[in-house]
Write a protein that binds this ligand. Sequence first.
Ligand SMILES: NC(=O)c1ccc[n+]([C@@H]2O[C@H](COP(=O)([O-])OP(=O)(O)OC[C@H]3O[C@@H](n4cnc5c(N)ncnc54)[C@H](OP(=O)(O)O)[C@@H]3O)[C@@H](O)[C@H]2O)c1
Length: 229
Amino acid sequence: MNPCKPLVLFALLFVAPAFADTIAIIGTGDVAKALGPEFAAQGHTIIYGSRNPGGDKAQDLVKISGKDASAVSPQEAVIDADIVVLAVPGLLVGEIVKGLGDLSDKIIIDPTNPLERRILTFHHAVETSNAQIIQAIAPDAYVVKAFNTLNWRTMIDPDATGGPISIPLAGDSRRAKKVVAKLVEGMGLEAIDVGGIENAHWVEGMLMLWINNRFSLRESFDFHLRKVE
Ligand SMILES: NC(=O)c1ccc[n+]([C@@H]2O[C@H](COP(=O)([O-])OP(=O)(O)OC[C@H]3O[C@@H](n4cnc5c(N)ncnc54)[C@H](OP(=O)(O)O)[C@@H]3O)[C@@H](O)[C@H]2O)c1
């Protein structure tokens, strides 16, 4: 772990943030567990949206996500949220977003990858991406593709990789990308703006090589991006 990170976390916990958002995190799996406590440490209020908000998984997350954290249904979680994180299975994200209700004017962070662990096919061979599908379902929201190019362990301990880690952000709203970049930087990661939402297709496609090797006889590897100074 970066020796500076405890200091950063201390500052974030005890120095009032310039702004504090309410962040709904839909899902209570590995990515939710990585991002929720990190965003809480930056002074934001976290609401988990879970199919079982009273269950141990959701309640254990609430306990480590700041004093104002809570868990409710996905539909309830988004109502007062400024930012919505879709930490859900990639192939279900369209259906899940349709069930969330009105997402107008909210920033949606999309960390999903359009694959199912046991299926070795990338589901959007050409043209589209999960981020574009979400943007089409919620046209008045500001979708930002982020966090899908690294595993959850690296999200919370980037220095274990031996240097800074960059997070590509794809989306049509510069303002939304700036807000997400601030969250990224608060975690000790670096943000890179890779352009409009159409580029989410390529950012999502990065996982294809990984999944091909991971589930074949070829060698497996991990990957992440590092900005060139
Ligand atoms: N794991 C990683 O390292 C990693 C890294 C980058 C990106 N991603 C992507 O981020 C997304 C989330 O990954 P994850 O590893 O956090 O997944 P996960 O551990 O499987 O968690 C997904 C969560 O989605 C919720 N969910 C809602 N509807 C669901 C349904 N019908 N079936 C199953 N779960 C449902 C569940 O929360 P409730 O039970 O509380 O509703 C579940 O905990 C995926 O698209 C993945 O490809 C993962």
